[in-house]
Design a protein around this ligand. Structure first.
Ligand code: G3I
Length: 388
């Protein structure tokens, strides 16, 4: 099998040097993380992703806490060069900015805001109301008893007004509510839904608008290509619009793979969402090349965490050329659809900068070696990008 991405000798040499001060160079992943050159080589300026797609849509990436706090991080440099919009991967989620009652931690969020400003990029806030990465105290009183509707609405209002209000002039748009739908299009029975009721979504959008009147407000979810989920999202968008509540866009996360999903369904959803009058955003794009465990549901359910099994991790030494060709073909087909509908699509955001740090190396099992993005582990643009 021909391998097109052999790890180079300088990386191995670097690992030998670094191992003196940092243990754990025995895994491929560790080797990559510790042996990066001090200044990452950037590739030809002929292709900057933001320029390549300039006539179609804005092009974005997710930035992690580790990246934004390290100005020498090569991925941060690439992010500044190649993208014109950012989303914080985790740093503006509830547990990050408001881990304890009355305790807010804005240092990382502030750093992101400054980074976006200094690089003249739009920052998209992610996310105000979600069932995940939200501390338990949010839903309980001091004695640990569940809050009632009025109490939880107050907690939500204070959080949204504190966070979205702080960045009212700096954050271009917010994923106001994240992943509130089940796969069949019904509302997920989250604590938000159980305690407040179905209209927790309306309330979140109202508070967000009050806090940041100039910000665009989005509903964001995964598997939005599924006809049932698409229908549920459209029902939701129409419900808000009928009530006169501002909703500007719908975010289609796009955690895909070589055989999942059928891109015709993605296109159908883009068309259907655009027909409701909102902007369509591709918010979290990556295409995994790894086999997915048969008994699990694809998508982005972050609660999935299964033991590493090597048959699901076949490319630790590099990506076979035929698999890279399949990846190229998937990306070509997807971007053909995105470009065809670029009048409806405001932004395409990748969920991460490079294959080195993508969350897909850790989901649904930790410790895999995946290749889902356009920038590889050597911080180089993949060869097929020109064809997108
Ligand atoms: O911050 C802790 C750190 O202190 C600890 O040492 C370490 C040990 O594992 O964990 C760190 O937290 C991790 C966090 O990412 C920050 O790196 C969590 O374990 C890990 O579960 C968390 O994963 C994030 C996931 O959301 C959690 O929900 C991923 O990075 C992030 O990419 C992912 O993003 C979500 C979107 O927000 C919504 N759509 C799906 C998408 C992918 O799951």
């Amino acid at each position: 099998m021909k391998i097109i991405k052999k790890f180079n000798k300088s990386l191995i040499a670097g690992c030998v040097t670094v191992v003196l001060v940092v243990s754990g160079c025995n895994s491929h992943q560790g080797l990559q993380q510790q042996a990066l050159p001090e200044i990452a080589p950037t590739f030809s300026k002929d292709i900057l992703l933001k320029n390549h797609f300039a006539e179609n849509f804005k092009i974005g990436t997710a930035i992690s806490k580790a990246q934004v706090l390290n100005s020498a991080d090569p991925e941060l440099r690439l992010a500044a060069e190649h993208f014109n919009t950012f989303t914080p991967e985790n740093s503006m989620k509830w547990e990050s900015v408001n881990p304890l009652p009355n305790e807010y931690q804005f240092d990382v969020a502030d750093a992101l805001v400054n980074f976006a400003k200094n690089n003249n990029q739009q920052l998209v806030g992610h996310t105000l109301v979600w069932h995940s990465q939200t501390p338990d105290w949010v839903f309980e009183d001091d004695a640990g008893n569940p809050l009632n509707r009025a109490q939880l609405l107050k907690v939500m209002e204070i959080h949204i007004k504190t966070v979205a209000g702080r960045y009212a002039e700096q954050i271009f748009a917010w994923d106001v509510v994240n992943e509130a739908l089940n796969e069949d299009g019904s509302l997920r029975e989250s604590k938000w839904q159980q305690i407040i009721g179905d209209d927790f979504i309306e309330q979140a959008f109202i508070y967000a608008h009050q806090a940041a009147p100039n910000a665009k407000l989005y509903y964001n979810d995964y598997n939005m290509f599924k006809p049932e989920k698409r229908a549920g999202a459209i029902k939701l968008i129409k419900r808000l619009k009928q009530k006169g509540i501002q909703i500007d866009g719908v975010g289609m996360q796009a955690h895909y793979s070589l055989d999942y999903p059928d891109f015709n369904e993605v296109e159908d959803s883009i068309v259907a969402f655009a027909a409701t009058g909102v902007d369509v955003m591709v918010t979290e794009l990556d295409i995994s090349v790894l086999p997915f465990p048969e008994n699990l549901a694809e998508g982005a359910d972050v609660s999935l965490d299964v033991a590493l099994q090597q048959q699901y991790n076949p490319y630790t030494e590099g990506l076979p050329i035929e698999i890279e060709q399949q990846l190229a073909s998937r990306y070509q087909n997807l971007f053909a659809i995105y470009k065809k509908h670029s009048e409806s699509i405001g932004r395409v955001t990748f969920w991460g900068v490079s294959d080195k740090q993508t969350w897909r190396n850790g989901w649904p099992m930790k410790g895999r070696t995946d290749y889902p993005l356009l920038i590889d582990r050597d911080m180089k643009l993949k060869g097929f990008v020109n064809s997108l």
